[in-house]
Each structure stands twice: as C-alpha cells, then as structure tokens.
Design a protein around this ligand. Structure first.
Ligand SMILES: Cc1cc2nc3c(=O)[nH]c(=O)nc-3n(C[C@H](O)[C@H](O)[C@H](O)COP(=O)(O)OP(=O)(O)OC[C@H]3O[C@@H](n4cnc5c(N)ncnc54)[C@H](O)[C@@H]3O)c2cc1C
Length: 477
C-alpha cells in the first residue's frame, strides 16, 4: 500500500506524488501475488493551531475545505479512500502519519514538496521518522513549473534579479517542454472507508469562515473552466488591460493555484495548447507565472526570508518604521481618505481578494507613506486573503517596501491619486467598493480632498510631506 499526503496540491490531474504512488502500487501488484491488496490511500492533516500561527485566513481555510470535499469525490471515483488526521501543529503529524501508514501496511509515503521553511522542516522530520521505521518517502516537485534550485547563473549561484531568472526559466522551459502527469488509473476497491470532512474546523468556527461561493466555486473542473475561459477570451488583451481593476482582465486563478487545485504547469500547458509557435512563452501572463516560481526559488535558496528577514537588510537598516496603530487601523479598514487605497482595502475585507495593481498601491501607501513595517501589512494580507501565499505575499511586500529581491527602487512611491487617475479614470472600481463616492462627479471621486462632501474621512496624511520624509529616510546612507 502507498500513502499519498495531500497538502496544497488538492488535485488528481498533474499530481506527481499521486501518480507515482499509483504507478508503484500497480507495479507491486503485478510483481506480487495478485491476491494481495495493493493500492493508494490518501491522507490530509488538519493543523488549525499551525494555520493560525501562519496567519491563514478563515476564507482560505474554508476554500481549502470546500475543495477538499471535491477532491474526495474525485478520489472516490478512483477507489482511493481519503483519511483525515487532526494534528493541530506540524510537529505532531509525523507520529500520526506513521501510525496510519502502519495500520494500513503502507510501504511508502508520497508528497509534493512545499517550499517554505516550516513545511520543509516538517517534511524532514516526517521523512526521518518514516525511514527509521523502514518506510520510504518520495518527495516530488509539483508546485512550480521549474523546480527550485534548478536555475543557477553562470557562476553557479542563485539568481537575485528577476529578468535574468525569467530568461533562464524561458530557455529551460523551451528546451524541456512540459509533460503533465495523467490521472491515475482506477484501482481495485480497497476495504478502507474514507473519513468524513468536517465542514468547519472547530478552531475556526467562531471566526467568519465564509468565502463568496459564487465567485470562488470549489473544484478542479471549475478551475479548469476558468483557465479555459481566460485563455479563450482575455489572455490576448492581458498585457493592455491587466492594470485596470474595474475590468475583469486577469485570470482570478490565484486562490486555485495557492491550494493547488490547479497547477502552474497546467496553466502553462493550457496556454501552450491554445497557441502556435513559441512566442506565447514571452507573453506577460507567462511572466506572472514566472514571478510565482521566482519567489518560491528565493524561499528555498535564501531561507532567511522565511524568518521575515528582508532580502536587502542594508536598505531596511536605514528605515525607522513608525508603530502607529491609528494609521495602521485606518489603512486596514479602508478609512485613509485616499479613494483607491480605501477601495482596495474594502475589496480585501469584503471578498478576501484584491486586484494586483491595487495591492501594489496599498502596500506602497502603508510602507512608504505611512511608514509602517511591511511585516504588519503582510500579516494583515495573509489573515484576509483567500489566495494568501507566504512566498508570493512576502515577495510582493518586500518589493513594495524596496527591501526585496529585484524590488521597486526606493524612490518609487506610488501617488495614490495619480494611480487612481491612470488606472481607474472613471472611478468605477472606487465607486464599487466605496459606494458613498459614487454620488460625486468623477473628478471629485478620485480626489482625496472631496471625500468629506459625502461623509468620508479627510486624508490621514499630507501626501507631499509624507513622500518627502520617506525619500529622505530611504536615501540616508
Ligand atoms: C503586496 C502584494 C501581496 C501579494 N500577495 C499575494 C498572495 O498572497 N498570493 C498570491 O497568489 N499572489 C499575491 N500577490 C501577487 C498578485 O497580486 C496576485 O497573484 C494576483 O493579483 C492574483 O490575481 P490573478 O489570479 O487574476 O492573477 P493573474 O494576473 O491572472 O496572474 C496569474 C497567476 O500568476 C501568479 N502571479 C501573478 N502576479 C504575481 C506576482 N506579482 N507575484 C507572484 N505571483 C504572481 C498568481 O499565481 C496568479 O494567479 C501579491 C502582490 C502584492 C503586490
């Protein structure tokens, strides 16, 4: 018997760990007496205390559970039972997994790697324990298109800058192509019952666990349909439209990618099957998927990032963050008086998602203008995002605060009013999330000084002054 441990890879298609386990089980079956039981058992571990420590948002946990229910149906169709272990913390899952493996006489454990440090340490501990007990552990790569560590520069060192990384990524990809792992064959039924999935983990029950089920329906079929629709209708216009938050011009696939209902490899393969030649590999949408890979590579190659350390400590050492709860709270609640910032934060609070351009604007606002520590903003994002992903989130925040790998230069400070004029010129996005402002003519809707006319807060900072102070601080060597 083979045990497959699902984590943020809730899919049966293009799942290397599942596929390999199933192949090994089949081979064992043919090589041994056919009367012996052989097959795959799936397991997930619930670790609510750990999730809380990792700032997992209630909406992300709820979305993960809803997708787990869909995965269970897909596994059932393959006769693969799904077992559930309640472990609370990562440190407690090893012995529980081993107990399960022994109970069902499993000879191997199969996982797709997760690249952040706590997850790697958890897997190291589990692997050591399994090996001590004579069981095999197979750690596969299924989360990125190019596995972390594979791309090094000519001196054999990790890339620290995105553009050369993306060049290497593209040429590696073109040289190797992509082969997705098929769904495993249906196995003979095992005499093992699946466990029921609690629809709400007790610990999270008191917190609002909801997510918008119309926007984010669960299941791989939904994710694949969304991918297909995006490729059919929007990907060609992505580069031109992606920065306008009032348009639905981006794929909105991030929640599915974050918990692995869809793989980054499937996104790339989907685009490739639609396109001719190789030009599509240079498209902007592929670049975004490469950013996702880049941040995962950095997590593995620069483990200090996992401890919330900046990629560029020499820049951060110049900055004295202001610890001001009044400013931070105003930002969290979308009450800064700056229309685009407030619209973004209200979108986040109401839906658990925010458009990328607006993420950049609100993050720049918090770090560069309110001068609050980027870690506070990053944690708040994780606690609210349905697509909260440690690597991408950390990368985005460090980029915004100019302390990350290939970050925005320190003097790039988004002017939130100018950003609104450029990317939401009719104030449609703003009016959607801050409806009071809809009553104002467009010009005033975008202007922080007009908000008081409809009962909105006045701007909490003087933009020009805050910008000048910030530049002085970042510039001080
Ligand atoms: C401050 C900040 C925090 C962020 N936090 C997260 C996060 O927690 N989780 C997350 O998935 N993304 C995060 N991002 C990246 C980006 O905003 C989202 O991935 C994107 O908005 C998701 O929308 P989409 O699926 O429509 O993306 P699309 O534009 O359609 O892009 C396709 C996919 O590429 C990946 N991607 C796109 N842009 C980026 C990027 N800049 N960095 C890394 N991957 C990217 C995502 O997986 C995305 O789903 C953050 C960005 C910033 C500036």
């Amino acid at each position: 018997m083979k045990l497959v441990w699902f984590r943020n890879d809730l899919r049966v298609r293009d799942n290397p760990a599942l596929f390999q386990a199933s192949e090994h089980a089949r081979k064992n079956y043919f090589h041994s007496e056919k009367s012996k039981i052989s097959g795959v058992i799936a397991v997930v571990t619930f670790c609510p205390q750990q999730w809380l420590q990792h700032d997992e948002s209630p909406s992300k946990v709820a979305f993960w559970l809803a997708n787990l229910a869909q995965l269970k149906l897909e596994l059932n169709a393959l006769n693969i039972p799904l077992k559930i272990i309640n472990g609370d913390l990562f440190s407690s899952v090893g012995s529980l997994l081993l107990e399960l493996a022994k109970r069902y006489q499993c000879s191997g454990l199969y996982v797709n790697q997760e690249y952040c440090l706590n997850e790697q340490r958890r897997d190291d501990q589990v692997e050591a324990l399994f090996k001590q007990n004579g069981l095999n552990v197979y750690r596969c790569h299924g989360d990125t298109v190019v596995a972390p560590g594979l791309l090094l520069n000519q001196s054999g060192k990790p890339y620290k800058v995105f553009t050369p990384f993306s060049r290497a990524w593209r040429s590696t990809f073109l040289a190797n192509g992509i082969q997705l792992f098929p769904v495993p064959e249906i196995q003979a039924p095992l005499n093992v019952e699946s466990d029921p999935i609690t629809l709400a983990v007790d610990f999270f029950q008191d917190r609002s666990m909801g997510f918008d089920q119309n926007t984010w329906s669960a299941g791989a079929d939904v994710a694949h349909q969304k991918l297909q629709d995006f490729i059919n209708t929007s990907v060609n216009q992505y580069e031109n439209n992606r920065d306008y938050p009032s348009l639905n011009a981006t794929s909105s696939l991030s929640p599915y990618l974050t918990i692995g209902v869809l793989s980054a490899r499937q996104c790339i393969a989907g685009l490739s099957s639609y396109s001719e030649g190789t030009e599509w590999v240079d498209s902007q949408w592929v670049t975004e998927i490469i950013w996702r890979d880049f941040y995962r590579h950095l997590m593995v190659l620069f483990p200090q990032l996992n401890r919330w350390e900046p990629f560029k400590p020499e820049v951060e050492s110049r900055i004295v963050w202001r610890d001001d709860n009044y400013l931070f709270d105003a930002w969290c609640h979308g009450e800064t008086g700056f229309p685009l910032v407030d619209a973004g934060m209200k979108q986040l609070q109401k839906t658990g998602w925010m458009h990328n351009r607006v993420r950049m604007v609100v993050a720049s606002f918090l770090t560069k203008l309110l001068r609050q520590d980027w870690r506070k903003g990053a944690r708040f994002f994780m606690q609210h995002l349905i697509d909260g992903d440690f690597a991408s989130n950390l990368g985005g925040w460090q980029w915004s605060a100019s302390v990350g790998a290939d970050a925005a230069p320190y003097f790039r400070i988004f002017n939130p009013t100018r950003q609104a004029e450029r990317f939401d010129p009719k104030g449609e996005y703003i009016a959607r999330w801050v409806p009071e402002l809809e009553k104002l003519p467009v010009k005033q809707r975008l202007d922080p000084m007009s908000g008081h006319l409809v009962g909105r807060p006045s701007p909490i900072i003087d933009y020009k002054l805050a910008r000048a102070e910030s530049l002085e601080i970042y510039n001080a060597y």
